[in-house]
Design a protein around this ligand. Structure first.
Ligand SMILES: O=C(O)CCC(=O)C(=O)O
Length: 298
């Protein structure tokens, strides 16, 4: 769906201005939409999974672990596909205010695509370099949004999500390095064309919702505090957007309609997108693994 056609539908949760601002800038941060009760339940689930990670010594289907992970000092970078790990996450993704927020940004008919629970730990090296999301999971159009919810307060010091306003309307950059290997990030040469000085940090109290268009250039800095920053992220698409390559991070609910009805017509956006690696053949570690050269995706 196009922004114009989406805005013709009445708002469910967001104000009309918030929706218009999202389409203009490519992102949004909004406080007070997710209840305290939800934040507490999601946080408790997050702590449970962090605790369980102590039993593991290497990454598996559920956990992306940093190389220095240990039972004594867990270092989980990501809980993959959280909706497959605990029904609570699927309830939140499909039957809470979250899917209504997505409907405000995607139109009344929408699908669940994927999810992850990212952790940014204190100290150096937890930077997420500038990137766009859609090159890793291309669709027939660009009506996809990543909705995030901070499970703890996030200030400038915790390494908040940071977005370049309007970059969703600009170029879609390659996420392959000069060596032809998937890097999961935009090269320095391409970044020279981007106004990084205009980047905006999405901060706020626990429960703050972020919405990122799938083309927006974004990243996040180090966490300078002594607290981990948990960020729950779910991706949704308009029902008329169809993936044309295997997903890097599938879950058993991928493609499920969460609001409205399935599309009868596909929306084809003519703007090109480079073909990513076939994740179904070579697997996908995580954005952290790609950006740290831990995987060799061609
Ligand atoms: O966790 C973060 O700070 C950023 C995550 C992100 O941009 C991603 O996973 O695509």
């Amino acid at each position: 769906m196009t922004p114009e056609s989406i805005l013709k539908h009445p708002s469910r949760v967001l104000t009309f201005k918030q929706r218009k601002d999202y389409f203009a800038s490519g992102f949004l941060a909004a406080e007070g939409l997710v209840s305290e009760d939800w934040v507490q339940r999601l946080s408790a689930a997050s702590r449970k999974f962090l605790d369980r990670s102590r039993e593991l010594s290497e990454s598996d289907a559920a956990y992306d672990l940093a190389p220095d992970h240990s039972a004594a000092k867990p270092h989980v970078r990501r809980l993959r596909a959280p909706t497959d790990r605990d029904p609570l996450f699927w309830e939140f993704a499909s039957a809470s205010v979250f899917a209504d927020i997505a409907a405000d940004l995607l139109g009344p008919d929408l699908k669940f695509h994927s999810g992850k629970l990212n952790y940014k730990w204190p100290g150096n090296g937890e930077i997420v370099q500038w990137h766009q999301d859609i090159p890793a999971w291309p669709h027939t159009n660009y009506s996809l949004v990543t909705l995030g919810v901070y499970l703890d307060p996030v200030t400038s010091s915790e390494g908040p999500l940071t977005c370049v306003p309007g970059s969703h309307e600009g170029e879609l950059f390659t996420h392959y390095g000069a060596d032809g290997v998937w890097s999961g990030s935009i090269s320095a040469a391409d970044l020279a064309k981007v106004d990084l000085d205009a980047a905006v940090e999405l901060t706020g109290p626990a429960g703050t919702v972020s919405a990122l268009n799938c083309r927006i250039i974004h990243g996040s800095r180090d966490n300078f505090t002594d607290r981990v920053r948990p960020l729950l992220l779910f991706v949704y698409s308009s029902a008329d957007a169809f993936p044309w390559m295997p997903s890097p991070t599938p879950s058993s609910q991928s493609g499920e309609i969460v609001r409205g009805a399935p599309a009868r017509m596909v929306h084809l956006d003519p703007r090109p997108c480079q073909v990513p690696p076939d994740w179904s053949k070579q697997g996908y570690g995580s954005i952290f693994a790609s950006q740290n050269n831990e995987t060799q995706a061609r």
